[in-house]
Design a protein around this ligand. Structure first.
Ligand SMILES: Cc1ncc(COP(=O)(O)O)c(C=O)c1O
Length: 382
């Protein structure tokens, strides 16, 4: 007899990860490949984290501290939060999953905008929770009015996903828009609709009007804040993220969480990275300089891009190259550069390019210019 899988598992479209360097080297017979596909820190990991993990290696026969005591204490200090408001995750992605599991039963709904970070609808779907998508505005921003309407309309909406800034668009919701939105959501169904403020790129933000999530957390009882060690701390492979959750909710999420979801190397590495202020500062400088450099180059190449508050830019491959994002991605792979096509976000004309080191940015631009020139020669942009 054939196995009956749940409909939502059968129809699930899995997360598409960035193409690995080694795989690209193998497939294309290339020695040198750079990856600007997953919004990773081009400087590598925080050196203080590496040192702490080396020391921690001597004790990997032991299970990790299930309570994550030291890291949570350090995070509580950083966020000016209580110890019991901090929940650790195997990447912030796991905290997304945990929140959905804690809040929802199959048949409930999450509201999110088109173009939202893909982990949200996927994490919801695997738990039988469908996402109600609202259209983005003309300029690829979240339409909070439409989101509010969608929340009001369906009694079974339990969660709202709000990555700020969002990935892959880089767009953000400013204070003036976000506070009235949160106030309005708080009034719906006695404040039972919960908003996830995902600030994975918070440390990179330049915009002055992008609100501090912890201020919002203190103001609203139906808000959780997510952050990660995967971006500015350079620890994407370590898989450590965290949520700041109100105590009662945190208590439930702690029950739902498996005890050893963050490894002991993850715990010590992340704790050390938090103190690596010099590394964070350098990472920020590299990103800001790289961002300006790449924007200028795209302007010269007449490649449109969306303004971004993260460590990446979404460029319009259709207008800039006369090709789809996937086609530019494939052409650049042959030249040893991995970018990220975003057709799975309903944006087939676009390509996401992570900001690299100055040397990586130069290689990336060389590849993009080569592809653009070639396509011009064959009349692709006519
Ligand atoms: C908006 C957003 N949130 C969360 C994450 C996930 O981060 P983590 O590595 O902590 O699971 C990412 C990663 O790309 C992201 O873009």
């Amino acid at each position: 007899m054939a196995i009956q899988y749940p409909r939502y598992i059968e129809e699930l479209k899995p997360y598409i990860a960035g193409k690995p360097i080694e795989e690209t080297q193998r497939e294309y017979g290339l020695k040198k490949v750079i990856k600007l596909a997953s919004n990773e820190n081009p400087l590598g990991p925080s050196p203080r984290a590496v040192k702490a993990m080396k020391a921690g290696m001597k004790e990997v026969q032991l299970y990790p501290d299930a309570s994550g005591f030291h890291l949570r204490q350090a995070l509580a200090k950083l966020e000016k939060a209580n110890f019991d408001e901090i929940v650790l995750g195997n990447g912030s992605n796991e905290v997304i999953e945990l929140l959905i599991r804690t809040f929802c039963i199959p048949g409930d709904f999450m509201v999110a905008s088109d173009g939202v970070f893909a982990a949200y609808p996927i994490s919801a779907r695997i738990q039988g929770v469908d996402t109600i998508f609202t259209r983005m505005t003309q300029d690829f921003r979240f339409d909070l009015k439409a989101m509010l309407e969608a929340i009001k309309k369906n009694e079974r909406v339990k969660l709202v996903a709000l990555p700020n800034p969002n990935n892959p668009t880089g767009a953000y919701v400013n204070e003036e828009e976000l506070i009235p939105f949160l106030k309005a959501v708080e009034k719906i169904r006695n404040g039972t609709v919960h908003v996830i403020l995902d600030y994975a790129y918070w440390e990179y933000v330049i915009a002055k009007d992008l609100p501090d999530p912890m201020v919002l957390f203190r103001k609203f009882s139906n808000v959780s804040v997510l952050k990660t060690f995967s971006k500015i701390y350079g620890l994407g492979g370590l898989r450590v993220g965290y949520g700041v959750l109100h105590s009662e909710l945190a208590k439930y999420v702690q029950k739902v969480r498996m005890p050893f979801n963050v490894s002991n190397l993850g715990l010590v590495g992340a704790e050390a990275a938090l103190l690596d202020h010099a590394f964070v500062k350098k990472s920020l400088q590299i990103n800001r300089k790289g961002m300006v450099f790449m924007q200028k180059a795209y302007d010269q190449m007449k490649v449109p891009y969306l303004p971004s508050q993260g460590n990446f830019l979404l460029i319009n491959a259709r207008q800039g190259f006369g090709m789809s994002g996937m086609e530019v991605f494939q052409e650049c792979l042959k030249l040893g550069v991995i970018f990220r096509p975003v057709a799975n976000y309903g944006m087939p004309d676009w390509l996401r390019v992570t900001i690299g080191t100055p040397a990586q940015n130069a290689v990336a631009l060389k590849a993009l210019k080569t592809v653009q020139k070639r396509n011009l020669a064959i009349g692709g942009l006519a």
